[in-house]
Design a protein around this ligand. Structure first.
Ligand SMILES: [Zn+2]
Length: 246
C-alpha cells in the first residue's frame, strides 16, 4: 500500500499513519560489526527532533520479507514482496526473533515500513506542499526530522491471516485479538508498542497497533510494557531517578 503510484496512496497513508510511510535508502551504513555509537532510547516525537548526527552513525541493514508462495499479491501489497527495507542492525535481529516467536503461534508478521530518511521526508513534504499547501502538510504530513522512522529503530508490521495479507490500518486496528497476541511477545525481544491506545496525550499519536519500537534490551522493554508506560514517561522517570534533587 505504500509505494505504488504514489500520490493518492501516499496521501491516504499520510492521513492514517503519519509515522509509518515509505522506506528511504539514503543513509550510509557503517560496518555492521562496529559498536553502536548511538542511544537505543533516543526520543523522537513531535517535539523532539532526531539528533543531527544520527543518520551518519546509525548502522542499517537491508531486509526483505519472505512470503508464503501461495499468497495472493496485488497492487496494494506487492511492495511487501519486492521492497528492500532498512532496519538498524540489532533491531533487525530482534525483529527476526519476534517473527519466529509469532510463527510458533501460527502468526505471520511482515515488515511493512521501517527506516525512512529525513531527506525522503523532506521530499515528501515538498511534494505535498506544492500540491495541497503548507497548511495541509502541517496537519497531515510528519515534519522532516520528527518521525521515529528516521531512527531505524521503528518497525511497522502487517500480518497474514487465513492466507490473506492484512496491511490496511483500519483492518489491523480491528484485529484486536491477533494483535494482542503479538503485543504480548514484544518486550521479550526488546520492542515496545510505541503508540498504545488512549495515550495520545503522552505520545502525540493515536493508537497504532502495528508500530513497534526497539529500545535496546528486553529488560527495558519489559519495564515499559509491564508498567504500562509510554517511552516519554519512561524517559522522564529515568531522568528523575538519576537526578533526584532536581
Ligand atoms: Zn510507524
Amino acid at each position: 500500500m505504500k509505494h505504488r503510484n504514489a500520490r493518492v496512496l501516499s496521501l491516504l497513508l499520510a492521513v492514517v499513519c503519519l509515522c509509518g510511510l515509505f522506506t528511504g535508502c539514503t543513509a550510509k551504513p557503517q560496518e555492521a560489526n562496529e559498536e553502536a555509537k548511538y542511544d537505543y532510547l533516543v526520543l523522537v516525537n513531535k517535539q523532539s527532533k532526531l539528533p543531527d548526527d544520527w543518520e551518519s552513525v546509525v548502522v542499517l541493514e537491508d531486509a526483505q520479507n519472505t512470503l508464503p508462495e501461495d499468497i495472493a499479491l496485488n497492487e496494494d501489497n506487492d511492495y511487501l514482496a519486492t521492497d528492500v527495507f532498512k532496519v538498524e542492525t540489532k533491531a533487525l535481529e530482534a525483529f527476526r526473533a519476534l517473527q519466529e516467536d509469532c510463527a510458533k503461534d501460527g502468526i505471520t508478521i511482515l515488515l511493512d515500513s521501517t527506516y525512512r530518511s529525513v531527506a525522503r521526508q523532506q521530499e515528501l513534504w515538498a511534494e505535498f506542499a506544492e500540491e495541497y499547501g503548507e497548511d495541509y502538510c502541517k496537519k497531515y504530513v510528519a515534519v522532516p526530522g520528527y518521525s521515529e522512522h528516521h531512527t531505524g529503530l521503528a518497525i511497522d508490521i502487517c500480518v497474514i491471516k487465513d492466507g490473506r495479507i492484512i496491511n490496511d490500518n483500519d483492518e489491523m486496528i480491528a484485529e484486536r485479538e491477533l494483535f494482542a497476541k503479538i503485543h504480548e511477545k514484544l518486550a521479550d525481544h526488546g520492542f515496545i508498542l510505541r503508540y498504545p491506545e488512549g495515550r495520545d496525550d503522552s505520545t502525540g499519536y493515536s493508537y497504532e497497533p502495528w508500530h513497534f519500537r526497539y529500545v535496546g534490551s528486553a529488560e527495558i522493554a519489559k519495564e515499559i510494557m509491564e508498567r504500562g508506560l509510554t517511552l516519554e514517561e519512561y524517559l522522564t522517570l529515568s531522568t528523575q531517578a538519576q537526578n533526584p534533587n532536581k
